[in-house]
Every structure is written in structure tokens, then in C-alpha cells.
Design a protein around this ligand. Structure first.
Ligand code: MTE
Ligand code: MO
Length: 161
């Protein structure tokens, strides 16, 4: 499995970030303890602002495509709605984020809405994140659309674990 995060689309600089690259991101963009922003969650992250500083999306980039290839899960969300609070988790207890914990990378949104109630919902906390794509229009999104789809997805998750 890919252990780098590919970042492309409407950006000035395409990226392929390893865990070391995440660790080396300047302190201003580091979240050393995610619990402080999302009670109950542990680990280390960089802010989406930090990623934006590295890849420099163009003004046309309005949507953020979050891709989890491992289980073919994808979300496309308005960049403006998450640019000041989105996080990309890359470690837990200082170690690379295990696939069992949704690694190697995971998108996280503090103060997300409940599942299926809003664009910026809990479902957009994409696990197994291996690709972030900046687009002008909304892209592919297969988040569950209602409670039934949601229940089916979680039943599937449970049989895999
Ligand atoms: N790759 C991937 N990410 C995913 C999902 C998934 O099935 N695959 N489920 C989503 C949904 S619907 C929810 S509600 C949250 C659940 O996160 P948790 O397991 O940390 O509670 O993960 C989201 N991220
Ligand atoms: Mo969800």
C-alpha cells in the first residue's frame, strides 16, 4: 500500500508526502495532540493550512477531493468550509498511523456535523487517505447518503475488522 500522500489537481506544486515530510512541517502547522481540537481523538496532525502553504492551490480550486483508495471511499467537500479547521493526521503516539487506525493518513474535521446532515459531516473524516485533489467543481463522492446506506457501510466495516 502507498505510504505517501499524493497531492495534485489545481495546485502550483504537486506533492508526494511521506511521514517524514509530515514530521518536518514547520511547528506553526503542527498539531501535537489532536485531543485539544477533537476531544476523544489522539495523535499528531498538520493543519490543512499547512498543506495549502506547501502545495499552493490556485484561486480556481474550490473543492477538496479526499480519496481513500484502500476501500474505495471518497469525499469532495468545499475547500472554504474546511480551510481553517481541517487536519491531516499522520501519526499516533509518535508512530506512523496504522491502517487499523485509518492510516497511513486521515482527514479530520473538528466540529463536523453529524453523518448525512451537512456537507461537512463526520463521514468526510476520510480514512486510508492516500490522495488529495484540488478541483474547480465538485468531484466524485460516495459518502453514504442516508441512514440505510450508512448502516450498510458500517456493517461492512465491522466484517472487515
Ligand atoms: N476510507 C474510509 N473512510 C471513512 C469511512 C469509510 O468507510 N472508509 N467511513 C466514514 C464514516 S461514514 C464515518 S461516520 C467516519 C467514522 O469514523 P470513526 O470510525 O473514527 O468513528 O469515518 C468516515 N471515513
Ligand atoms: Mo458517517
Amino acid at each position: 500500500m502507498e505510504t505517501a500522500l499524493k497531492v495534485n489537481g489545481l495546485v502550483q506544486t504537486e506533492l508526494n508526502l511521506s511521514i517524514e515530510d509530515f514530521q518536518n512541517v514547520t511547528d506553526a502547522y503542527q498539531v501535537v495532540d489532536i485531543t485539544t481540537l477533537m476531544p476523544g481523538r489522539e495523535g499528531q496532525a498538520i493543519t490543512l493550512e499547512g498543506l495549502l502553504a506547501l502545495c499552493q492551490p490556485s484561486a480556481e480550486a474550490q473543492f477538496l477531493g479526499l480519496h481513500g483508495t484502500l476501500d474505495d471511499f471518497h469525499a469532495s467537500i468545499p475547500l472554504a468550509a474546511v480551510r481553517e479547521r481541517g487536519l491531516i493526521q499522520y501519526a499516533k503516539n509518535g508512530q506512523a498511523l496504522d491502517v487499523k487506525a485509518g492510516g497511513p493518513f486521515r482527514f479530520l474535521i473538528p466540529d463536523h456535523a453529524a453523518c448525512n446532515t451537512d456537507d461537512i459531516d463526520e463521514c468526510a473524516n476520510v480514512k486510508f487517505l492516500d490522495h488529495i485533489e484540488f478541483t474547480a467543481e465538485r468531484g466524485f463522492d460516495n459518502r453514504p447518503e442516508d441512514e440505510d446506506e450508512h448502516a450498510a457501510l458500517h456493517a461492512h466495516e465491522n466484517t472487515e475488522n
